[in-house]
Write a protein that binds this ligand. Structure first.
Ligand code: PLP
Length: 388
């Protein structure tokens, strides 16, 4: 490591850089989680969390990772032997359907090429063919963190509605919530799954489920075994500002501060900032003469960009050089994309100059790795940042 001074650039697509204000909030003394001060904190927190999900319904907060929140979404709404439709958008969609199968659900896994989002037409086709209504839920990853592709959830909902099929819609927003426009109620999502460590600018450790009326009704008859993840006792205790177990008190302090920051900036402004940074990143990548993995212009992720390496070049070598020389972490290719892509995270607590530094580091790393690129890529990205 030649450059230890200054701040590490954590430009993976989550966990993201935690703002100093949030870190300071987390460091406050832990309080009695059964006392009145805590009840006031929870009540305010849950209220300011709802607009981030775009819901007026309950949002359940778990101490746990995003994977736990996936499990909570499934075990609260489904019963052993139910059929679920998952869509192969990438590595995380693959893991979620593996979990569903492991829990005793029958999984239909719609194949995908890891360059496109979930196809509304293909989902509708499967539902239309299911005349016995055996499919109980459609599970979609909104922003596939392994590929940098964002699925068109409103179109998926419309396509589902057009078939008249009653399946629930479960959506993973782990790397989109708080970064990319998302509307649980308006888009007719039944369970939205999220985590703390990406757009919400917190350390890892909290998982979330936003729950529709229909999902809540399904939870009353769902028979998959659950205990810790059971929504009912949590929603019940939350009404009085409490949790049925010891909550992650200090992460909740951090969440309160992060929500204040998001609301102060304004959610539309937060989404516009992410869109702009993503556009500047794509400009750099294309300016270098490299390819963005996402193959559909309607589906570019605003929270990360996956960069495809030219044939014969190792993406992990580039990441290794960038870490050693410039103290910057980039996301690795996951699953079948290992070594073929690297991922630039541009979500969370990020401004123009942090992005400019990130892209400068990537450009220099590519050059040091011997990848033939046009160095005009960085200048083109700076032009985008300067222009707006
Ligand atoms: N889903 C998506 C889209 C993710 O990006 C991740 C993690 O990066 C997960 C699920 C799993 O979340 P966690 O690692 O917090 O368990």
């Amino acid at each position: 490591m030649t450059s230890q001074a200054g701040r590490h650039f954590l430009q993976i697509p989550g966990p993201t850089n935690v703002p100093d204000q949030v870190l300071r909030a987390i460091s406050a003394p832990t309080i009695d989680h059964r006392g009145p001060e805590f009840a006031a904190l929870t009540t305010e927190l849950l209220a300011s969390l709802k607009p981030v999900f775009g819901t007026s319904g309950p949002v359940v907060v778990f101490p746990g990772s995003g994977t736990g929140a996936w499990e909570a979404a499934l075990v609260n709404t489904l019963s052993t032997g139910d059929r679920v439709l998952h869509v192969e958008t990438g590595h995380f969609a693959t893991l979620w359907q593996q979990m569903a199968a492991g829990l005793g659900l029958y999984v239909d896994f719609l194949p995908g090429d890891w360059c496109h989002g979930a196809s509304p037409e293909a989902i509708a086709e499967r539902l239309a063919a299911d005349s016995a209504r055996t499919i109980k839920a459609v599970c979609v990853v909104h922003n596939e963190t392994s590929t940098g592709v964002t699925s068109r959830v409103p179109e998926i909902r419309q396509a589902m509605d057009a078939t008249g099929h009653p399946a629930l819609l479960l959506v993973d927003t782990i790397s989109s919530l708080g970064s990319i426009d998302y509307r649980h109620d308006e888009w007719g999502v039944d369970v939205t799954v999220a985590g703390s460590q990406k757009g919400l600018m917190l350390p890892p450790g909290l998982g979330f489920n936003a729950v529709s009326e229909k999902a809540l009704a399904a939870s009353r008859t769902a028979r998959l075994r659950k205990s810790y993840w059971d929504w009912q006792p949590i929603i019940e205790a939350n009404r009085r500002g409490f949790f049925p177990y010891t909550p992650a008190t200090n992460l909740l302090y951090g969440l309160a501060e992060a929500l204040r920051m998001l609301h102060d900036e304004g959610l539309p402004e937060v989404f516009a900032r992410h869109d702009r940074h993503a556009a500047a990143t794509r400009t750099a990548v294309r300016g270098w003469g490299l390819e963005v993995l996402c193959a559909d212009d309607r589906e570019h992720s605003s929270s990360l960009t996956a960069v495809l390496m030219p044939e014969g070049q190792d993406a992990d070598k580039v990441r290794e050089i960038i870490l050693e020389r410039f103290d910057m972490s980039l996301g690795a290719g996951l699953g079948k994309l290992a070594g073929r892509i690297f991922r630039i995270g541009h979500l969370g607590h990020l401004n123009d100059l942090t992005l400019a530094g990130t892209l400068a580091g990537v450009q220099m790393g590519l050059q040091l790795a011997g990848v033939r690129i046009d160095p005009g890529g960085l200048t083109a990205a700076l032009d985008v940042l300067r222009a707006e």
